[in-house]
Design a protein around this ligand. Structure first.
Ligand SMILES: C[S@@+](CC[C@H](N)C(=O)[O-])C[C@H]1O[C@@H](n2cnc3c(N)ncnc32)[C@H](O)[C@@H]1O
Length: 272
């Protein structure tokens, strides 16, 4: 995750910092009431039921900088799609019909913007719950005059259940999802069988699901869960080489220098 010094709301991503951060931050914030709350919206017909009692994120206050606030106010109406519990008309929202890739948890949006700039013939739906991150990506959209990104500020699980129709996505990116490193928090990890089944159902046959993590234990869980989904097949023997389109983030580069690993997993939906 790129950390912008003007955006103190985002947690640092470097593994050595993250451990302390998560102890101090997430332990404090994991809200028992949140864990026990029932689903806000019922599962869409035909969608696998995701255990909505447990969320993959905690609500963080996170300060929105002046520039991010301006971007939210001025560009939000054009690029931010309000959450709705019904399928969105993406062709109308993008103003064209093009291959469509969804990214879950884009953080500050640096990778999202870089990929969207490099792939102008594709459209990118970014989902993120953290408002400073939404503001940061809007700033990048403005700076780079990008037209092929739309943002939803909402829980990606509900977005995928309700706003994305089955068999419509050309790709899904899940880059460095929160690792929830303590065993008792593993239930909060995004990459779990029911959610992967939901994701796979939204892919077109032959479309890809690309996950990346710098936590070995989460990489192993990803490999096991993705490998066990009958509608997905691995494009590699196990972990994949980093595809050229995924930028190496500042923190990833530093982690690599310190000898930490990064694992990419690229699966495709079976065509049968
Ligand atoms: C560790 S950060 C990684 C950010 C970015 N992908 C990167 O590589 O720098 C994970 C992000 O996922 C977001 N997130 C976690 N669960 C989410 C969910 N269910 N829906 C939307 N965003 C989520 C968090 O707010 C956080 O910004």
């Amino acid at each position: 995750m790129i950390q912008d010094p003007n955006d103190p709301g985002m947690p640092p991503e470097a593994p050595e910092q993250r451990e302390n951060d998560e102890k101090d931050e997430k332990d404090k914030n994991v809200n028992k009431a949140d864990e026990a709350s029932p689903s806000a919206t019922p599962a869409a017909p035909g969608a696998p039921a995701f255990p909505r009692r447990i969320r993959s994120f905690v609500t963080r206050a996170g300060r929105v900088s002046t520039g991010q606030r301006r971007a939210l106010d001025e560009l939000g109406p054009r690029f931010v799609v309000p959450y709705a519990a019904s399928p969105a008309d993406w062709d109308t929202l993008f103003g064209r019909h093009a291959p469509r890739v969804l990214e879950i948890g884009f953080g500050m949006g640096a990778s999202t913007a870089e990929i969207a700039a490099a792939r102008p013939n594709e459209d990118f739906i970014g989902v993120e719950v953290h408002e400073p991150g939404v503001g940061a990506l809007l700033k990048l959209i403005d700076e780079q005059q990008l037209t092929n990104i739309r943002i939803i500020q909402h829980d990606a699980v509900e977005v995928i259940e309700h706003m994305i129709e089955p068999g419509t996505l050309d790709g899904v990116h899940v880059f460095f999802p929160d690792p929830w490193h303590k065993a008792r928090h593993h239930k909060r990890r995004l990459i779990q069988p029911t959610f992967v089944a939901l994701l796979a159902s939204r892919l077109k046959p032959g479309a890809y699901l690309h996950c990346a993590t710098d936590w070995q234990n989460y990489a192993e869980q990803m490999l096991e869960v993705l490998g066990a989904d009958p509608s997905l097949e691995n494009t590699a023997a196990d972990y994949a080489p980093r595809p050229d389109y995924r930028p190496v983030t500042k923190f990833e580069r530093r982690g690599l220098r310190l000898g930490h690993g990064v694992w990419d997993l690229v699966f495709k939906r079976r065509r049968q």
